[in-house]
Design a protein around this ligand. Structure first.
Ligand code: ADP
Ligand code: MG
Length: 397
């Protein structure tokens, strides 16, 4: 589907996205820059992506009429929101190319299936996930103490609908575990052993319909309260041997899934007594990812450009990072002062720093923990980028 082309019915080449959040907004920007028209299906009237798209279909994600309209308008469709019903993607795929497909999105939406996939391809990826148990019944929860005591202390995570640390409880004892499982509503969960993390990283992979694969170097991520806070993307952000292993593992995982589109795979680096530590796969996101936002300003093709290329069947050139980068997430907290009063962040000072790229997502109301935007700092070397990032973080703190 070439940008700028017009089909027999007189329709401009149009790409669609299920979901209207910030990832959809940045996808729309990338698609429009190439000359595509865009359509967003999103129930919220004032969504980050809906506000900037040519078409906004304002229905639920599983509304048959809305999905039919999206298919009618678009020549290819993607998703930006992890919890979009996989079934909606399957429905769209009956008449249009959909990338990623409903089946792989369904796997990524369920930690039990996701871990089973990681296990199934461990031989080719060379990585395993943290030791875990599936907990779906009270009997399984009770059995942990006698049969899987090595998983405590651990983290109990709901199998579905968790994100940004939501749907997770840290548990030390069997009593904690029983209480936490009840607190999470007695739904299907996994209990993961708490690992001694020394770092976290993620890898973005893009794979085309023809199986061509490209990837970015791993970025190192720092989470605060379960939410991504800072991404470090530069040469030397982690030991090269680990970086190579993570990148190869992510590519293997995408290939084993037959994935089409952009996939982000998250890893833990754990202290296992070896020099650089061991690599453990954590989870995958079937879409561009918050940790890849730096690619917009620091690479010659961003994760969103690659999503456009992959879904539309355009060539997938290997992206090149041209600048060292640090990304700071801007949560709603930045809009409140120490006494809880709303304030305007000091953009004048932030934007006077060299190499700062501000991205705000068009969300009107700031709330604590809400992702309002991000700031990417680029520069010729990591020393300068770090200095500016520290200064910017101070100004925004
Ligand atoms: P989410 O879907 O919310 O991103 P994650 O499984 O990635 O859920 O967990 C969020 C964060 O919690 C991780 O980035 C990591 O910092 C921490 N965490 C998760 N699992 C473990 C574990 N098994 N051991 C230690 N820390 C963990
Ligand atoms: Mg995560």
């Amino acid at each position: 589907i070439y940008p700028g082309s017009v089909n027999a019915a007189g329709q401009q080449a149009t790409l669609g996205v299920l979901g209207g959040g910030q990832l959809g907004r940045m996808f729309v920007h990338a698609a429009q820059r190439l000359g595509y028209f865009t359509a967003v299906l999103e129930p919220d009237a004032q969504s980050p992506a809906g506000l900037v798209s040519h078409h906004h279909i304002q229905t639920g994600y599983d509304d048959p009429a809305g999905l039919a309209q999206l298919a009618q308008l678009c020549q290819a469709i993607t998703t930006e929101f992890e919890n979009v019903p996989a079934q909606a993607l399957q429905t769209l795929a009956q008449t249009r190319p959909v990338a990623p497909g409903g089946a792989v999105v369904g796997i990524a939406q369920n930690r039990i299936e996701e871990k089973a996939h990681f296990a199934a391809c461990a031989d080719v990826s060379g990585v395993t996930c943290a030791p875990y148990a599936v907990l779906e019944t009270p009997a399984q929860v009770r059995a942990v103490q006698d049969e899987r005591a090595e998983l405590l202390p651990g983290i109990l995570k709901t199998a579905r609908l968790g994100y940004d640390g939501k749907g997770q409880v840290r548990v030390r004892t069997a009593a904690d575990l029983a209480a936490a499982w009840a607190e999470l509503g007695g739904v299907a969960c996994v209990l993961e052993k708490m690992l001694p993390l020394t770092a976290e990283c993620s890898v973005l992979v893009a794979r085309g319909w023809d199986g061509q694969v490209v990837s970015f170097a791993p970025q190192r991520n720092v989470h605060v309260n379960g939410i991504l806070a800072v991404t470090h993307a530069y040469e030397g952000n982690m030991p090269p041997a680990l970086a190579t292993r993570a990148r190869e593992a992510a590519v293997a995982i995408a290939q084993h899934l037959g994935y089409v589109g952009v996939l982000c795979v998250e890893f833990f680096v754990v202290d296992d007594g070896t020099e650089h530590g061991g690599l453990v796969v954590n989870e995958m996101a079937p879409r561009p990812h918050n940790s890849g936002h730096y690619t917009i300003d620091a690479c010659d093709a961003s994760q969103f450009d690659l999503q456009v290329h992959a879904m539309a069947g355009l060539p997938l050139p290997q992206p090149r990072q041209h600048s060292a980068a640090i990304m700071l997430n801007l949560l709603g907290d930045v809009w409140f002062d120490a006494s809880g009063q709303l304030r305007e962040p000091d953009w004048h000072s932030v934007l006077s720093l060299p190499g700062t790229h501000l991205h705000l997502y068009g969300k009107v109301q700031a709330r604590a923990g809400r992702k309002m935007g991000h700031l990417t700092i680029t520069g010729p070397d990591v020393v300068r980028v770090k200095a500016v990032a520290h200064r910017a973080a101070d100004l925004l703190g």
